[in-house]
Design a protein around this ligand. Structure first.
Ligand code: M6R
Length: 611
């Protein structure tokens, strides 16, 4: 959570920082702030505001500050409510040191008490504010040493960037667990929570590793380990994402742009992963496949939308590999005292690769000696780096808080992984595999077809957008799709929505049904189609308002529905990728009609880096 930007170079700093924050606002947006060192003056310029970045920009009102070094922050509150006082950057007593921070300092209360006894006065309720004060306390003429010593006194997980009037030609950065990437320019250097903030200036980046401290001047970056001060030489990585990929591309919202990118994402995933009729995982060599062949049990651990992908992943793995598979939300995994052994595979699914709950679950799995596989979108993220093996989903940057294209890519990757493991376990023949892969190739154009028909949802949306309660039902492979449809709707429209397995309705939820209750039913062709039809009949008999997602040409279910949205006919396993698309569009359209902030819904952040 929280976005950080740091700059040192020759440009006018303020616009660089504000542009960087704009790209990182998805990480948190309850307050924003900047701090710059003013050229020729031994003073800090600090500006911060509660609310979104726009509040800060309008408070600055085009102000110019003569400065070539600065830091900036967009916040998602953890310690202390959203307010101007709690907004970053935070400074020391004499206003000579400014710090931005992403993460949590677990022992901040104790450090704060100590600093108070030393005469430090605090202006905020944040954990962050102890950092500049501690550096001030420990500074005896060498700022880098004071920064290093201060960090050694702090417990927790964080990324920090710091500037000071005492050494105005240096930007200090540190990373432990939370992401921090350095941008390498010519006569300028950068630090940011992710690469999107750097793309207008440079494509050459260095991913700072855990417990590394960096000192940036305009011409040089020096990285060293925190404890032993061992210098690290690391070549920059070239970022291939286009700038356009990180922008809205003409759509009113990132979410809609990302929904419409799904055919491309699916095509790209298949092109990367299927070569000459075979599944190709670049990171899997012979030894990996040997280890996979011995796997006795699979655990899938993830949160939110990634958890729903995991639930579908279980159906896939059990059908095609017959390996028992357990799915858990990351935040519960550790606390169930999971029986994980060296023979097990733990699959971690995460768009950001930075979700704190999933990182914690990963560490639990690692301690138990399990083999870990990360299915992650953000290259170089914590989970991707630390897992034994990684399969990147290559969905490109996902900016909308509501996950859409990353989900499609997760499903495709899980599917291919299940087939791959099925072959290794000799549960699938080469012929079956090539039939499946042939069918799979139809998916990108099937998504395009659905997107072309998106307007067909409008009548239902117009009739339902003011409703406050929705039910979503599905069965088998599409039961998790119902959960995902409900999550999408509630997170961006703020209406209550609940997903159920169709067969569960009669065990309680059917009591909710009357003529005012909308129920969204996923009833595409499947093993459980007949049963699903009965479930729809049961709710229709009680006058529910029914919107059905069905396979093209299904006249039977049409008669039971107020509205129907058809998806192309595909195998049940592949229908999971198609049936979610109208549900994403439905949620989007309802939210827009209710004038919700689709890309940055209240109380949410794109990447949840606190447990
Ligand atoms: O980055 P991750 O995939 O680990 O994030 C997991 C969830 O926080 C995320 O899917 C969240 O539920 C989304 N807002 C759903 O749209």
């Amino acid at each position: 959570m929280c976005g950080i930007v740091g700059y040192i170079g020759y440009r006018n700093t303020l616009p660089v920082l504000l542009q960087g924050l704009e790209r990182l606002e998805y990480r948190g947006y309850d307050s924003a702030g900047v701090a710059c060192l003013e050229n020729g003056k031994k003073s800090l310029f600090v500006a911060k505001e509660k609310g979104k970045l726009a509040q800060l920009t309008s408070a600055l009102n085009g102000k110019t500050v003569s400065s070539t070094i600065g830091i900036a922050h967009t916040r998602w509150a953890t310690h202390g409510a959203p307010s101007r006082a709690n907004a970053h950057p935070h400074t020391d007593t004499k206003n000579r040191i400014a710090v931005v921070h992403n993460g949590i300092i677990e022992n901040f209360a104790e450090v704060k008490e100590f600093l108070k006894t030393r005469g430090h006065r605090f202006k905020s309720e944040t954990d962050t504010e102890v950092i500049p004060h501690l550096v001030e306390e420990l500074n005896h003429g060498d700022l880098e040493e004071a920064f290093r010593k201060a960090i050694q006194r702090l417990n927790g997980y964080f990324a920090i960037v710091m500037i000071s009037v005492d050494e105005p030609e240096k930007l200090f950065a540190f990373k432990r667990s939370n992401p921090l990437v350095l941008g390498v320019g010519k006569g300028e250097n950068f630090a940011a929570s992710d690469v999107t903030a750097l793309l207008p200036y440079t494509r050459r980046v260095i991913y700072l590793q855990d417990n590394e401290l960096a000192v940036l001047t305009k011409d040089h970056i020096h990285i060293s380990t925190l404890l032993h001060q061992k210098s690290i030489r690391r070549q920059p990585t070239e970022i291939k994402w286009t700038l356009d990929e990180a922008k809205k591309g003409g759509f009113p919202h990132y979410m809609l742009k990302e929904i419409f990118e799904q055919p491309h994402v699916a095509r790209q995933t298949l092109e990367k992963r299927i070569k000459q009729g075979k599944i190709y995982f670049d990171t899997f060599h012979q030894a990996v496949n040997k280890r996979l062949a011995k796997v006795k049990k699979v655990f899938i651990v993830s949160c939110g939308t990634a958890h729903h992908a995991g639930l579908i992943g279980r159906y896939m793995l059990e059908e095609y590999t017959r390996i028992p598979t357990e799915v858990q939300v990351s935040s519960e995994f550790r606390y169930t005292d999971p029986i994980v052994t060296r023979d097990d595979l733990v699959v971690l699914i995460s768009q950001s690769g930075e979700t704190a709950d999933t990182i914690a679950a990963f560490r639990e799995a690692k301690e138990n000696g399990a083999m870990t596989l990360a299915i992650v979108n953000v290259v170089g993220s914590t989970i991707a780096r630390e897992a034994d093996f990684v399969l990147y989903t290559h969905a490109g940057p996902e900016i909308g808080v509501a996950s859409t294209k990353a989900y499609i890519a997760q499903l495709l990757t899980l599917m291919l992984f299940a087939f791959h493991l099925g072959v290794i376990k000799k549960r699938i023949s080469q012929t079956t595999l090539s039939d499946l892969l042939k069918e799979l190739q139809k998916i990108p154009s099937a998504i395009t077809e659905i997107l072309k028909n998106e307007k067909q949802l409008d009548v239902a949306v117009k009739a339902l957008y003011q409703k406050k309660n929705f039910l979503f039902i599905g069965r088998g492979y599409n039961f998790p799709t119902a959960l995902e449809g409900a999550l999408k709707l509630k997170e961006i429209s703020y209406a209550h929505a609940h997903g159920y397995a169709g067969g569960e309705m009669k065990h309680g939820p059917i009591a909710l049904i009357d003529h005012t209750q909308p129920v969204i039913c996923i009833a595409s062709e499947s093993k459980t189609y007949g049963k699903m039809l009965s479930n729809i009949q049961e709710i229709k008999a009680r006058d529910a308002i029914v919107l059905t997602i069905a396979s093209k040409g299904d006249e039977q279910v049409k008669k039971l529905s107020n509205w129907i949205f058809y998806i192309p006919r595909v195998l049940e396993i592949f229908s999971t990728i198609l049936s979610v698309v109208p549900l994403q569009l439905f949620a989007y359209k309802i939210a827009v009609r209710n004038q919700r902030d689709v890309d940055q819904p209240r109380n949410l952040a794109k990447s949840v880096t606190v447990e």
